[in-house]
Design a protein. Structure first.
Length: 202
């Protein structure tokens, strides 16, 4: 894969990762309630979920998802249900307790699960990657080229959300967020449920 094409792919992936959405809200929420450990878990597992979708699209499974209304809707509604679950959970969340090193001890936060599922249950990623990869992959692309593309997509996504977690846990930022976690949770809950409603109604 030529270097300038790879840079173009990187730029598109960076812009996609920077777009605010439910994934960003989830990373912030899990970092507030679960500390850096759960924030990084959410970020890494989300990157893994995105990479799996990218690999599936390169393998041709993305076309199957897009062209199968039943499968597409199953993933779409499954994703909407998961967003509602996360939204309701956020609305009902209590202010997390902390220990001596100011790390949250909310044992109900599962970053590995949440990050992966919010990516995996988003079939629109299949549409995005089919459109994206059609610009970069030809019929003669090698396995190495395909692996580079999949790795690039997953790493950029995971690194971005790891940077978000890192920024949130520097200095007293996380402490201020936790002191106002009731506000953050309510806003996050409304955003997630609104996104789920939009998915169902569109």
């Amino acid at each position: 894969m030529e270097f300038h094409l790879w840079l173009s792919l990187v730029l598109i992936c960076v812009l996609g990762a920077l777009s605010p959405g439910p994934s960003l809200a989830l990373v912030i929420k899990n970092t507030i309630h679960g500390g850096a450990k759960q924030g990084y878990a959410t970020a890494i597992s989300h990157g893994l979920g995105v990479a799996i979708y990218a690999g599936a699209c390169i393998a041709g499974l993305g076309v199957l998802i897009v062209n199968s209304p039943v499968l597409f809707q199953f993933l779409q509604y499954g994703g909407a249900a998961f967003l509602v679950y996360l939204g309701v959970k956020a609305l009902l969340a209590k202010k997390p307790s902390t220990n001596d090193d100011n790390q949250a001890v909310d044992i109900n936060v599962n970053g590995w699960r949440d990050g992966f599922l919010i990516a995996f249950l988003n079939p629109k990623l299949a549409i995005f990657f089919i459109a994206l990869f059609s610009q970069f992959i030809d019929a003669n692309a090698s396995i190495e080229q395909k692996m580079i593309m999949v790795s690039t997509v997953g790493l950029i996504d995971g690194i971005w959300y790891c940077l978000v977690t890192f920024a949130l846990t520097r200095g007293n930022i996380i402490e201020k967020l936790r002191n106002n976690s009731h506000i953050v949770d309510k806003v996050t809950g409304v955003v997630l449920i609104s996104l789920a409603t939009r998915v169902v109604l569109q």
